[in-house]
Every structure is written in C-alpha cells, then in structure tokens.
Design a protein around this ligand. Structure first.
Ligand SMILES: [Fe+2]
Ligand SMILES: [Fe+2]
Length: 279
C-alpha cells in the first residue's frame, strides 16, 4: 500500500519542481490496485500537484471527504473535472451544513464547502452518505460519526453552525476519518480530527476489532489545544507504540516540530509530496 500526501500546508523536499502548499489536505491511498482520494485541499491546486507526482486522475476510483470545511472540500470541483466520469464520493450527510467561524461577536466567516451539491453532481459526484462506520473496500473503513467520549476533546469555541435563530456551537458531526487494516495494525488517516484524535482512535479499535495502531497520518487539530488536552493526547499517543506519526495540516508547525523531538524515529513530517509505503 502506498499513501501519498498530494497537498498540505507544507511541501517536503526534494520533490518535483513546482509542487505547492496551501492550508488544506489531500491524501491519495493506493491499495490492492485501487486509487482512493481522501480530501481535496482548498483551491484545486491539488490537481497539478498530483500530476507532478505522477497521478493519473482518470484512475481515481472513489473519493472520501473528511468533513465539509473549505480546506478539505474546495478542490472537489477541479478534481471531479479531471476525473471526468461519475465517481463515488463518501461523506457524512451533514457535509453541506452551514459551517462558520465566529471571529468576534459580529464577525462570522463561512468556512463550509464552497460548491453547490447540484453542481458537484452534474460533474459526476455520486454522493454516498456514511453516518455509521462502513468498510467501503475490504479492510478500508470510513469511520462514520465518531462518539465523543473523552472529556478533554471539545470542539473549539468559534466553530459555529448558522441556524435560523443565530449561531450555535458546531460539534462538526460530519468529521470522518479513514481506518486501514494492515498486517501491523491500523493505519489511521485524519482529516482535521475535529472529533478528537483519541476519540477517533478508540472508535477505530471498536469498529474494526483491531487494537494495534500502526500509525496516524493527517490533521490532528491540536493547533488550538490547551495544555491539559495536549498533555493527555500526547500521553495517549505514547501509549500506542506508533510506528508512523505524521501529524500535518491543522497540527500547526510549532507542535509538529515539538512532536518530531518527542517521537523521534516514528515521526514523519507528512509534507506535500511525501510518500508512505506500508505492507
Ligand atoms: Fe482542516
Ligand atoms: Fe476542519
């Protein structure tokens, strides 16, 4: 199995000339002859990055969207245009919910998906809604809605949903992750991990029946975590005996550097262009 970071907030070196970074995430899974795309970045720049990395878009068999935020779904239009035929898109039914970020009492930014469902369907998207954990290919699971069990993993204030009566706290129910069963345990791909990395990993163990965690790749959203949450999360990560820890995107650069020191040989930067070969 090959996992390629097609795009994220940084670019690994040395990589093909012209590879770009943006605030967003897109990962390609190549496994058992299938190419599956997890998230699409923010602006469509992932299309060119993938070409530079040798990806033929026509071979992408399915797309999984981690959640509705613009930095994971914004590239979907360009991706569909390049795939050029109908393609399954797995996502939570709340994908199109009105996600906002409340910067101050009177300043809210729309941070949801920047495309209409109808337009995406006209470009070939066949949405398949995943509310419960589902094995979409043998050994490859989409998490479904993740039960929020830990007391310390709360969605940050400021993430809100627009309702008819005003803004309410957004629990980002649409947050999905991918669990891949390997000979060495589970490889977990996170989008933004708004459900909390610990909640997500515990859910992965429960639905797959596999307790060994081989690795973690993707956004952890620990960039805004307070000290208590960070301490508990890192204690948990250390208990897992991870072989791969590639916390990128919304982990934040400062924390990524800190984790590099802490996890040493299992740490990988997970920048754009980086490839993980896993058996
Ligand atoms: Fe994100
Ligand atoms: Fe997000």
């Amino acid at each position: 199995m090959k996992i390629s970071i097609l795009l994220e907030n940084s670019v690994a070196t040395p990589r093909p000339l012209g590879l770009v970074a943006e605030h967003g995430l897109s990962i390609l899974i190549e496994r058992e002859g299938k190419k599956i795309l997890f998230d699409t970045g923010q602006t469509g720049k992932v299309v060119q990055n993938a070409v530079l990395l040798g990806v033929d878009w026509r071979e992408v068999e399915a797309i999984i969207l981690s959640h509705g935020h613009y930095d994971h779904t914004g590239g979907l239009r360009a991706v569909l245009e390049n795939i050029g035929r109908p393609v399954k898109v797995y996502a939570h039914p709340d994908l199109f919910s009105p996600h906002y970020y409340l910067a101050s009492e009177d300043k809210a930014f729309y941070i949801g998906i920047p495309h209409q469902q109808r337009l995406l369907e006209s470009l070939g998207a066949k949405f398949l809604w995943v509310r419960e954990a589902r094995e979409i290919f043998p050994g490859l699971w989409v998490s479904g809605e993740v039960p929020r069990k830990t007391p310390f993993e709360k969605v940050e204030r400021g993430m809100v949903l627009r309702t008819e009566t005003g803004f309410v706290q957004d629990e980002i129910r649409d947050d999905l992750s991918v669990f891949i069963q390997t000979e060495q345990g589970l490889l977990i791909l996170l989008g933004c991990a708004h459900a909390g990395p610990v909640n997500i990993i515990e859910h992965a163990r429960e639905v797959t029946g596999e307790s060994r965690i081989l690795g973690l790749i993707g956004g952890t959203h620990l960039v805004t975590a307070d000290q208590e949450r960070l301490k508990k999360t890192l204690e948990y990560f250390r208990s897992l005996d991870l072989k791969i820890l590639a916390p990128n995107h919304c982990t934040g650069f400062a924390l990524r550097s800190y984790l590099k020191d802490l996890f040493k040989e299992s740490f990988r930067w997970g920048g754009g262009g980086e490839v993980f070969e896993v058996s």
